[in-house]
Design a protein around this ligand. Structure first.
Ligand SMILES: [Fe+2]
Length: 416
């Protein structure tokens, strides 16, 4: 062969190799889930709810095994539409798991191995850590910055209290949901493959028009709720319908997620449910309640309608059950109140922490010096890390640069 033919032959060969590698790459990429999301809908010491999103609705098996075991087990998934997109949600619920145990998982033909941990059965011996905040994504980059700080503290799980992707229940904003799940996948899966489970509450930006009062044909039923908040009710297996719920972690923690007038009124059925369910848990070591609109706002008007309804209707119920920690959102700043009981500072009261500044543009705050209920407030992006150990709790709050901007109580061994 002369040199010209030789060069042409080499070019064709390289092109063929390149195309083959590209096809292999595409095949691998097609097998890899576009979104991965772990949450719980039953006791987190013995179960898990696993979602993964694919471009097609082809059947895919979840493979799982206890870490250290050789044999994989298969679990069939339910499939549901990711609304208004070509994507499909694949969902598996596993229960009967062992507490405080690592389980490896892999999705269909994708060979990458991830793992999750069930929650421990007993927190007297070892503490648990929960990362809590809200209002997660004005900008994907801001969300990922806080996510990275969250992951650095290696929490057992994280909670985002509404206003997740700022998509307003609108199919035109679907890209915001894609980016939200990208942010979770990019930054809430640890380098060693551990997936940090998430609990997500509802806020006004999950709902078309912000709340049910904007919809004349709203009937206070599952169909109406799913219609005005189509993504929230499809994308997350818990709390799902009716939009609020409680998770019991063994016998040491009950975590309530409530809907502050978005797809359920603060009063009515939700109020009766809350009154009943929190009362029967008043013997739990820890009760944490989270909702979106703050009773003690760091930015908005103290006398706003929802703020007042939450204070008057929900807080007496939490006080009566002995709850000491409430998480609030929506205001886009950091805040921690003094302990408050019966709307006054009281050493045996509830501490309210918030205020929804995970990935949002911080707003100007009320001056803590002249606002009777604010012990600490800052106009920054932040989340709060709650550590619970036996009957005691302690919180630190961390900004997007990793600075600890708050710590409470001074004596971390204050008991309930
Ligand atoms: Fe909000």
């Amino acid at each position: 062969m002369n040199s010209a033919i030789n060069a042409r032959y080499t070019a064709i060969l390289l092109l063929a190799i390149g195309m083959s590698l590209s096809l292999i790459g595409q095949a691998i990429a097609q097998n890899e889930p576009l979104g991965i999301f772990l949450t719980w809908k039953e006791d987190p010491t013995s179960s898990i709810s696993i979602d993964w999103h694919l471009e097609s609705d082809a059947h895919q098996t979840l493979h799982y095994r206890k870490k250290g075991e050789e044999t994989w087990k298969g679990a069939d998934c339910e499939r549901a539409d990711f609304p208004h997109t070509p994507r499909t949600i694949h969902r598996v619920f596993l229960n009967g798991l062992e507490p405080g145990t690592s389980y490896e998982i892999k999705f269909g033909e994708d060979q990458k191995v991830y793992y999750f941990n069930t929650m421990p059965a007993d927190i007297a011996k070892e503490p648990i850590r929960i990362a809590i905040g809200g209002d997660s994504m004005h900008e994907q980059e801001w969300m990922e910055n806080i996510n990275r700080q969250v992951a650095r503290f290696d929490p057992h799980f994280a909670v985002i209290g509404g206003d997740l992707a700022y998509a307003n229940g609108d199919p035109k904003n679907i890209d915001r949901w894609y980016r939200w799940f990208d942010a979770v996948k990019n930054t809430l899966i640890k380098e060693d493959g551990r997936i940090i489970p998430l609990l997500v509450g509802i806020g006004n930006h999950e709902v078309q028009g912000g709340n049910f009062t904007k919809h004349d044909d709203f009937n206070f039923d599952d169909e109406s709720r799913a219609r005005i908040a189509p993504f929230y009710y499809s994308l997350f297996s818990w709390p799902n319908q009716p939009g609020y719920g409680v998770l019991d972690f063994g016998d040491y923690l009950s975590f309530f997620l409530l809907d502050s007038d978005h797809t359920n009124p603060v009063d009515g059925e939700q109020l009766e449910w809350f009154r009943r369910e929190i009362a029967i848990r008043s013997d739990k070591s820890h009760i944490i309640t989270l909702y979106h609109v703050p009773a003690y706002p760091s930015v908005r008007d103290f006398n706003g309608t929802i703020q007042t309804r939450v204070r008057e209707l929900w807080l007496p119920i939490i006080e009566k059950a002995g709850g000491k920690l409430v998480f609030e959102n929506h205001d886009h700043a950091y805040k921690r109140t003094y302990p408050i009981k019966n709307n006054e500072i009281h050493q045996d009261g509830i501490v309210f922490i918030g205020d929804g500044s995970w990935g949002t543009k911080p707003r100007e705050i009320h001056d803590p010096e002249s606002t009777w209920y604010l012990d600490n407030a800052k106009s920054v992006r932040a989340f709060t890390l709650v550590t619970i150990h036996g009957p005691a709790y302690h919180i630190i709050s961390v900004d997007e640069d990793g600075n600890i901007i708050d710590s409470y109580p001074e004596n971390p061994l204050i008991e309930k």
